[in-house]
Design a protein around this ligand. Sequence first.
Ligand code: DC
Length: 229
Amino acid sequence: MKSKTTHNKPIIIAIDGLSSCGKSTLARDLAKALGYTYIDTGAMYRALTWYMLAHRLSPPMLIQSLPDIKLEFKTGQNGTNNILVNGIDITDEIRSKEVNEQVSQVSTLPEVRHFLVEQQRQMGIEKGIVMDGRDIGTVVFPEAEVKLFLTADSKVRAQRRHLENKQKGLPISYEEVLDNLLYRDRIDSTRAISPLKKAKDAIVLDTTQLTSKEQLLKALDIVESYISK
Ligand code: DC
C-alpha cells in the first residue's frame, strides 16, 4: 500500500475557521507537504447547493433527493482538486454568486449535515488526511490529532477573496464579497446544528498578516511538534 506520509503513523489534521481566511489553501499545501489526502468539505456543501439550484429543488426536495446524489473528488489537469456530482464536474460552478448566497442556508439542514458528515468520516478511516470546514475538529473528527482554527480580519478576507474572483473573471464587487462573508459568518456561527466554533484543543492561527507560505511553515511546525511528542 502507498505510504501516505513520511512519518510512520498517519494522523488526521482538522482545519476550521471563518469563510475565506485561507483554510483551503493551507489544507491543500499541508496535504501536499505531508503526502496526505486533502478534503475540502465546503465544496461538498456547495455541490449539494449547486444540485438544488440546477434542478430547481426546494430544500425539502433536496433532502428527498440525497440518496440519488453521488459526490466524488478527482484530481484534475494541473493537479486541481475537482468535485463531481453524479459524474458531472462542477468545480467552477460551485463558486458562483448564486451558490455563495444559498450555501449557508443549505448547510443548516440536519439531513444534509448528516449525509455529508457520514461520508467525511469514511474518508478519514485510513487517516493521513487534511480536512477543512467549519465542524471538522468539533463534530466530524473530535479525535483528530492536530486541530487548527483559522481567523483573519474580515476586510483582509474580503480583499483576498475579491482578488481571487477577479483572477477567475467573476464579476462580484468587493462590497458584495464582504457582505456575503459577514452574512455567512453569522449563519455558520449561530446555526443550531454544528455551529462554527473553536474546539477546546484547537490551536488558533490568525492569518491576517501571514502569507500562505508563512501559514504553511507554522502549521508544519505544529504537526512536527505533535509527531515528535
Ligand atoms: O469553506 P466554504 O466557504 O467553501 O464553505 C461554504 C459553506 O459551507 C459555508 O458557508 C458553511 C458550509 N460549511 C459547513 O457548514 N460545514 C463545513 N464543514 C464546511 C462548510
